[in-house]
Unconditional design. Structure first.
Ligand code: PFF
Length: 444
């Protein structure tokens, strides 16, 4: 039997984990959520949620994964004292599958935009109708989603060392550098300060429960916690790596890239007269229009879509990796075949999501298109439930001795983390959940 792989270096692990976290969540969802939910207040609540709730769960996933050194199912069987714990792994498998089914649709849009940017076809007047026409063109969305899945499968089937680590190693630093460049460009436009104010000066009157809820959901989604993705990545770590440092680096990097995305987008939106509350189309509709009005705009636009593609791919890879590692378990020699089989299945399951903006626009499940429904059941239901149980598992099933050994920090830090995963984090998740159900019932 082929041996289980390991990351070649700690940097490789941090980059891969950060790559899993930083994706559409930070670059696409974060700016448009901030834009439609009060700007700075949302940003503040997102940062608090990431540090106080997301980070402890991320650490819990790292600890469980590294301790377990196996696929998520085996880990819960081995470490759990009840036969029900592996259900968390199956939840992760199912929700990873569903997330990737709609994630790959947006990945496809990015490919569509990239091809147009490269061939100079984005130099048009009306970007709103371009977005609508791309996303409603059945053939184009399906071909683009197919190609996106093809690239994802191609990287994952090469294995974590050959594929994921090598890809993340150069994609992540590049992303970071180009984002800083883009932010500088955006910030030096006339009237840019209005966008900075929108991002950083809180208007406290906009503080409410629903904004907190959305910010928390954003923190989960963008940190990739709750679906065993981070657990799986940590299971490829050798015993001697320090986990606390890695979790903090990944969380901070994720916050920094989210804020940078905001600093790329909002100053430009305000300087060039766009609307911050554009919604999901913010990047696709407003940015190309803005780039066009900038010197070297088409060059920056190509860079931007390449970076978005990289960021989206490193997250898609993590999502497929959950499915593959849970699917093959210890049969490592089946990785290649499993990647193609599961990749094809995900593409097929994703078809209705891809068509949700065109021929299936009027097909609704509980009042939502298939695309929105897939997003809602994963980020609002699947991930919080997964995160809740992972937190309880780390808090109550793993012994203090076990977690202390894995975490390897000063006792007071270990106790603080333990308190968080035992009480604060589960309580916060339950409150968010209850608030969401209450709000849904209230609004009929
Ligand atoms: N964190 C990714 C993003 O923000 O785009 C999405 C994601 C990737 C969620 C991997 C879950 C996951 F396991």
């Amino acid at each position: 039997m082929a041996p289980r792989e390991q990351w070649t270096s700690k940097l490789g692990f941090i980059l891969a984990a950060a790559g899993s976290a930083i994706g559409l969540g930070a670059i696409w969802k974060f700016p448009y959520m901030a834009g439609t939910n009060g700007g700075s207040i949302f940003v503040l609540l997102f940062i608090i949620s990431t540090i106080a709730i997301g980070l402890p769960i991320l650490l819990a996933e790292f600890i469980i994964g590294r301790k377990g050194q196996a696929d998520a199912i085996t880990i819960f069987q081995k470490l759990g004292k009840s036969k029900w714990w592996p259900a968390i792994a199956w939840l992760g498998f199912a929700f990873g599958f569903i997330v990737l089914s709609f994630y790959s649709v947006v990945g496809g849009w990015i490919l569509s935009y990239l091809v147009r940017a490269l061939t100079g076809k984005l130099a048009i007047e009306d970007h709103g109708s371009l977005f609508a026409s791309i996303t409603s063109n059945s053939v184009e969305v399906l071909v683009a989603q197919f190609v996106f899945m093809l690239i994802t499968v191609w990287i994952v089937q090469g294995g974590i060392k050959g594929g994921i680590e090598r890809a993340s190693k150069w994609m992540m630093p590049l992303l970071f550098i180009f984002f800083i460049l883009l932010a500088v460009r955006s910030l030096t436009l006339e009237g840019a300060m209005e966008g900075v104010r929108f991002l950083f000066i809180p208007d406290w009157s906009l503080l409410n429960g629903s904004t907190f809820l959305l910010a928390l959901g954003q923190a989960f989604f963008s940190l990739s916690v709750g679906v065993t993705a981070m657990m799986t990545y940590a299971s490829y770590l050798p015993k001697e790596e320090r986990l606390g440092q890695s979790a903090i680096s990944v969380s901070l990097l994720n916050i920094v890239i989210s804020i940078l995305a905001g600093l790329v987008i909002f100053p430009a939106v305000f300087a060039l007269g766009g609307s911050p509350a554009e919604g999901p189309g913010l990047i696709f509709v407003v940015l190309p229009a803005i780039f066009e009005q900038m010197p070297f705009g088409s060059f920056f636009m190509i860079l931007f879509f390449i970076l978005m593609l990289f960021a989206t791919l490193t997250s898609a890879i993590a999502l497929l990796e959950i499915v593959i590692s849970t699917g093959i378990r210890t049969r490592y020699d089946r990785r290649r075949r499993a990647s193609w089989v599961f990749g094809s299945l995900i593409f097929i399951i994703g078809l209705p999501s891809a068509l949700s903006f065109g021929v299936l626009a009027d097909f609704h499940i509980f009042g939502n298109t298939v695309f929105d429904f897939a997003d809602i059941i994963t980020s609002r239901i699947g991930m919080p439930i997964g995160a809740l149980f992972i937190s309880l598992f780390a808090g109550f099933v793993l012994t203090n001795e076990q977690t202390m050994k894995e975490l390897d920090v000063a006792p007071w830090l270990h106790h603080t983390w333990k308190f968080l995963v035992r009480f604060l984090v589960p309580l916060a998740i339950i409150i968010i959940f209850a608030a969401w159900i209450f709000e849904t019932l209230l609004n009929g």
